[in-house]
Design a protein around this ligand. Sequence first.
Ligand code: UD1
Ligand code: MG
Length: 467
Amino acid sequence: MRFEEEIMDQVITDIVVLAAGQGTRMRSARPKVLQALGGKPLLEHVLDTAQALQPRHLHVVIGNGAELVQEHFSQWPVQWWHQQEQRGTGDALKAALPGLRGADRVLVLYGDVPLLTADTLRAFQAKTPQNALGLSTAILEQAQGYGRIVRDAQGQVQAIREQKDCSSTEHAIREVNLGMMILPVASLQGWLSDLSANNAQGELYLTDVVAIARSSHHEVWPFTFSDASEALGVNDPVQLATLERIYQRRQLRHLQVQGLRLADPERVDIRGTLECGQDCWMDPNVLCIGKVRLGDRVRIGMGVVLQDVEIGDDAEVLPYSVLEGARIGASARIGPFARVRPGSDIGVAAHIGNYVEVKASTIGNGSKANHLTYIGDSEIGSGVNVGAGSITCNYDGVNKHKTVIGNDVFVGSATQLIAPVSVGDGATIGAGSTITKDVPAGGLTLSRSPQRSIPDWQRPQRKIKES
Ligand code: UD1
Ligand code: MG
């Protein structure tokens, strides 16, 4: 353990996330911090990162849409604080003050800045001396909208000036406040009570604590972010989409470094987690939702959607297939244009082909349903061949019923299996059969009306009108 980390271990730190702001520019009925990035709310990204730092307590200040936010995070170990009126970031932090008793310092984060990494925040903490006021800064080409870092002739930070309060010389400053702050709790209460709303926005700016601290000769310690994009915030749908791209690129780069091959990393999206074995491949426009796990040498074709699925070694999912809540066995082949729905378990080397839908069913090893088929609420053994156009009729309008098919069964094309029904091992069902009763093992079962031919039958003719 390094010296500075040793010191850090003795410092009791709380984290406060400010999340009461309105987010008007999102033009959405949902609170801003619940808007999704990579499939999860902005605030959840911030809380995940905050938790990785193992603070003593994690506080969140809420206001707009408070009930919805609290409801979403009801299982989280969070202390909630309400800011009744949104009177500025300083006022927001005041709301959480009662919770900070017993902490040495507090790290302030924003609920709409989701790309921050725990590593950066750890470095920020480690580099900020215990009693100093720590600022997160960056030098930006475009400083528009940010508070500017005002330094004196000796280069010491004097104050943060908000964009709307800047003089023309201050406007030209490119060193900005990224927002994250570390504050010594012992001094904080005094500083916050000294804030005034005598500024362009009539708000209590948290950033004014810098000038207050300096006036009492308190140490102010800027920490420069090497990658300022981590501190980007979300204010409108355009920024949300920009951050989504950064987030996706970051996740995919991570997977590529671990060995995942992508035809085009700009055209794969992960809204959740993706774990891959060795030598996996993905074509463009793949979408992974929830928890997706791929074994070794899995190939995913163009336009495939995978949601909460686990796919075994050497399996292949061909283009435009949609798989959800399913397990796919090793060496299986799914698609193209297949739909595998929740509760499905596809066996080793099984084939689910084009326009085949499988729902809540088990398909045994090596079994095949290659074309135009619906398999619902079924248990199908191994080595079964389900012919084109076959359907399990699992629903009678009120209840769902089960179809059980043994091993090595051959289901002829366009068979309807009216559930509940079972088919014994090795049975063959003639094409076009409507199966209403259990089928015995072995032999041939079919239900077909006899074919007739009427040799002298005439097609009806259209009458030609006389003019
Ligand atoms: C703030 C900083 C600015 C910095 C910028 C970085 C202040 C005064 N300014 O400006 O120096 O460059 O962030 O992005 O702090 N919030 C509340 N209650 C309120 C007001 C805000 O909870 O009354 C929350 C918001 O939900 C948001 C965060 O505080 O998560 C920041 O507020 P915002 O209004 O976006 O501050 P900026 O004007 O961007
Ligand atoms: Mg902002």
